[in-house]
Each structure stands twice: as C-alpha cells, then as structure tokens.
Design a protein around this ligand. Structure first.
Ligand SMILES: Nc1ncnc2c1ncn2[C@@H]1O[C@H](COP(=O)(O)OP(=O)(O)OP(=O)(O)O)[C@@H](O)[C@H]1O
Ligand SMILES: [Mg+2]
Length: 223
C-alpha cells in the first residue's frame, strides 16, 4: 500500500518560560493511501500539533516527516506550497475561512490556486453539506456550524490525497455530523483520500478504520 505520510522518531516541544514543554516524544506513525484514522486524546495532548507538523506549519525538533515518500526536511517554501495546494486539505480547529469572501468563493479558492474551476464535485459537496442556500452569503455572517461546513467543503474541493481535519464536526448537530462522516468515508473510498481526523466523539471515531490515541507524548495505535 502506498505510504502518504510517515513520521519517524518525531519529537516536538514548545518553550514555556524558562522550561521546555514536551508534546511529542519519538513518535513513529505511518498513514497509507485511503486509510482513515481518528486522532483522539485529552485536550492539550498535542493533536493539533501533530496535524500542524504533518501540514508543515510546525517543524519537528527531532525526527523525520515524509510526505508522498519524500523527506520534507529538504523542502523549501515553494515545495510546501505546491504540496498544500495540490495534495492537502485542512479543516482547521478555528476554520480559518477567508472572511472578505462569500461561501462560494471560499470553496472555490483551492481550485483557483490549482488553475481549476467549479466542478460537479463542488455542486455535490455543497448539496451534501447543505450549503446551497448560502453560497452568496459572506462567511462572516454565518453560524459556527455553517462556517464549519464551508471549511469542510473548501478542504475537499480539490479532492486532496490527504485530509487533515481538526474536530470537523465539533460545531455540528448529530444529523449534520453523521452526514459529514459519511461524506468523508465516501471520499476516502472513491478517491483514496487518506484522512486523519481529530475528534472527541466516540461516534465519529467509529466511522474511521483506525485510531491513534495521543497521551503523554506517545501515540497508541488501535485497529
Ligand atoms: N505554538 C505554540 N507555542 C507554544 N505552545 C504551544 C504551541 N502550540 C501548542 N502548544 C502547546 O502544546 C500542547 C499541545 O497543544 P495542542 O493544541 O496540540 O493540543 P490538542 O491536543 O490539540 O488540544 P485540544 O483538544 O484542546 O485542541 C499544549 O500544551 C499547548 O499549549
Ligand atoms: Mg487542538
């Protein structure tokens, strides 16, 4: 099976005044094409940090991260931009939508970066996520759950090979949450998108094939 992301002996700590606060300690992880993984662990255990390391927004103190079987420590900014633009979808914990833009232009943004235009797939996403009626509204005017659904559509618009999603259903009701989960599973199956999804919900975690549980700097692998 093709390896999409691999972490080898990755350690990460942050400065905390005079001290250093260790978040990840010599973590080894492998994510294959089409694999879906629920990332769980207590608040502050380093789940968002792990996603940020894989997306290249943070750098490891030690160890190696490979993406699409290439060691990323040699990548320059341009290489990271290209990888993110073409292969990566991210649903951030705080959504990070482009507030001057409306819903449709937020979703179309990753397509434009790739020189592509709105497709049938985008219509499908919009329908599945219940966003049809709000395509021309400014994202600032939307509720938290509506913004979260826009963030999910934006992350999936270019059919990324790797999706990193930080509590993507945290602001959704049960029904919308389940719809998002089936959409993610469908995408993983049909497009071989690998999914690493942070969740605090057992029900959402159950939709994924495997679980990585983070605590005290280490990851336990289940499934
Ligand atoms: N940029 C940063 N600078 C300093 N400390 C940081 C930074 N990012 C994360 N941390 C620290 O690393 C630890 C892990 O944070 P992280 O956000 O990864 O946790 P989390 O598991 O995502 O928590 P939550 O479930 O609350 O979102 C925390 O103690 C946090 O304060
Ligand atoms: Mg977090």
């Amino acid at each position: 099976m093709t390896v999409v992301a691999q972490l080898t002996q990755v350690s990460k700590s942050f400065r905390d005044g005079e001290l250093r606060h260790s978040v990840l300690q010599a973590v080894d992880l492998t994510l294959h094409a089409g694999e879906t993984i629920a990332l769980t662990g207590p608040s502050g255990s380093g789940k968002s940090t792990l996603l940020n390391l894989i997306a290249g927004f943070e750098k490891p103190d030690q160890g190696q991260i490979s993406l699409n079987q290439q060691p990323t420590h040699e990548w320059q900014d341009a290489h990271w931009s290209q990888f993110r633009r073409q292969s990566l979808g991210v649903v951030f914990q705080q959504f990070n939508l482009l507030t001057p833009l409306n819903v449709k232009n937020n979703i179309a943004f990753p397509l434009q970066l790739n020189g592509k235009t709105w497709s049938e797939w985008c219509d499908y996403l919009v329908e599945k996520l219940g966003l049809e009626a709000m395509l021309h509204r400014s994202v600032e005017a939307l509720s938290g759950g509506q913004q979260q659904r826009v963030a999910i559509a934006r992350a999936l618009a270019h059919k990324p090979s790797l999706l990193l999603a930080d509590e993507p259903t945290g602001n959704l009701d049960d029904v919308s949450g389940k719809q998002v989960m089936s959409l993610l599973c469908e995408l993983a199956k049909e497009s071989k998108t690998s999914i690493l999804m942070v969740t605090h919900s057992e029900e959402c975690a159950a939709f994924m094939q495997k679980r990585w549980h983070l605590s005290h700097g280490n990851v336990a692998i289940y499934g």
